[in-house]
Design a protein. Structure first.
Length: 491
């Protein structure tokens, strides 16, 4: 059930008032759990069993972790949860990828191995809810969170439909207290929710989907297009993936507010970042924080322990060796999380190299700050140069993220190097310029107001009129075109 479909709007029109009509918090939580399973079952009811299994297993493990003080038992329980969650993720998402790699490796040494490919569907959103369940168990294991006594609350945390299939990757510490005492939405939550939903649909449908149709056409048959058209498609994908995913996050947060739940902010003008470190603090914030807390931090600690055996003269030298190893490994795994393909590994590896180079060479090992107040002409020049350099390399990375294969990425890069003009250059350039200016305008307004719900700063009647007009145009667009799936649904 796509957010940008009439069936979902009908689903939402039934769920929100029904939730509000229930007086008891337990009844609301139970109803939202049922609605979330119905939402997921609309795609494929068979995979509901995975959601239920993940919920029951980790609920039980969490309870056991809270009840025992034995370090050995606690480690075994943590391992059991990791094997359970990651085992399902690896089987459904990566089995064919690793089997293909093993077959290719065997063939390279002259061994003939029969294909082990399995015809299995990828459960929608499995990467997202697996990371949520893992974060819960790890937090309980680290004693940063008390395990919940309610299976309903935990199952709702795993399957809450606004964030089920594409995030944000929320933490149990934020959501479980809200589900334990699920209140009716306040008037302010309703107003903010409607503004977020209208803005999210504008980004997703009127920008993301419109740009995505051109992107799909060009990347579907790149040999039919010349260099300017291929570059325009890449720039349009840069706009599409941001409008698509940021739009989804806005819609998800808006819907959650309509049922009395506050989700975390997931994007903060990433294309205004002047460094890669800043980009990853602004892009898919919930994933970035998850990676930092549960992957990078323990990984760099382990690497530092190994490097300490080399007895280097200073701690700074140890960090200069440990940081690139940890950050590149982390980003390679981040790339693999996004998709079982070599293009995603290249994308993740590129970002790892960029982050390591930036930290060790550009900033010489110093922590990289978020944007500060810009002072003077030199400060403005550095600010603009930082944004242009960072975003140019981000766009280059998006080529591998979007390309259907490494061969296709190499072909498009060759077309950029061996530039061939096109009589359609002006038309494609105008298209990119229009979408880019709209996105830039939205981000600048949000940046200046420091609010995603800046529409609410207008007079109530004006804000309501803009939201209503936006949804009317969105519905007209949906009525005349086939809705495009969200880009991150495939992950």
């Amino acid at each position: 059930m796509l957010f940008n479909s009439f069936i979902f709007l009908a689903f939402l029109a039934a769920v929100v008032p029904a939730t509000a009509a229930l007086r008891h918090p337990r009844a609301r939580a139970l109803f939202l759990l049922f609605a979330s399973y119905a939402f997921y079952a609309y795609w494929d009811w068979r995979f509901i069993t995975l959601l239920v299994l993940a919920s029951v297993v980790d609920y039980a493990i969490g309870r056991k972790l809270g009840a025992t003080q034995d370090a050995g038992i606690r480690r075994r329980l943590l391992l059991l949860s990791c094997l359970s969650n990651l085992g399902m993720l690896v089987f459904f998402k990566y089995f064919n990828f690793f089997a293909e790699g093993a077959q290719a490796a065997a063939a390279s040494v002259g061994w003939h191995v029969e294909s082990w490919q399995l015809r299995i569907a990828l459960p929608l959103g499995i990467s997202f809810y697996t990371f949520r369940t893992l974060s819960y168990i790890i937090d309980v294991y680290r004693r940063r969170l008390m395990p919940t006594d309610s299976l309903v609350d935990y199952a709702l945390f795993v399957s809450f439909f606004p964030m089920l299939v594409a995030g944000p990757i929320e933490r149990a510490g934020n959501l479980l207290p809200q589900f334990a005492n699920l209140k009716s939405p306040s008037r302010e939550q309703i107003r903010e929710g409607m503004a977020l939903i209208a803005l999210g649909y504008f980004k997703k449908v009127l920008i993301g989907d419109a740009a995505g149709r051109v992107v799909d056409s060009v990347f579907g048959q790149p040999e039919l297009y010349r260099s300017p058209e291929l570059l325009a498609a890449l720039l349009l994908f840069t706009i599409q993936i941001y409008a698509d995913f940021a739009g989804y996050s806005n819609i998800a947060r808006g819907i959650a507010k309509l049922v009395g739940v506050d989700l975390m902010k997931n994007f903060e003008q990433p294309y205004l970042s002047r460094s890669f470190s800043e980009f990853w603090r602004r892009w898919h914030i919930s994933l970035s924080r998850w990676i930092w807390d549960y992957l990078f931090a323990p990984l760099i600690s382990a690497v530092l322990r190994m490097i300490s055996r080399l007895q280097l003269p200073t701690v700074e030298q140890e960090m200069r060796l440990a940081y690139p190893l940890a950050v590149i490994t982390t980003m390679l795994l981040c790339g693999l999380w996004h998709g079982a393909g070599y293009t995603f590994l290249v994308w993740g590896g590129m970002h790892g190299l960029f982050l390591a180079f930036e930290r060790l060479v550009v900033y010489r090992g110093r922590p990289i700050p978020m944007q500060r107040r810009i002072r003077g002409f030199t400060g403005r020049l550095r600010f603009v140069a930082g944004i242009i350099t960072t975003q140019a390399l981000v766009v280059l990375g998006w080529l591998f993220f979007r390309a259907e294969s490494l061969d296709q990425a190499r072909y498009i890069l060759r077309q950029f190097v061996h530039w061939q003009g096109s009589e359609l250059t002006g038309r494609f350039a105008f298209m990119v310029l229009v979408y880019a200016l709209v996105i830039l305008l939205l981000d600048l307004v949000e940046y200046r107001t420091k609010s995603e719900t800046y529409l609410l700063r207008l007079r109530p009647a004006v804000a309501a009129g803009i939201c209503t007009a936006t949804m009317f145009v969105v519905c007209l667009y949906l009525a005349t075109t086939k809705p495009l799936p969200f880009v991150y649904f495939q992950f």
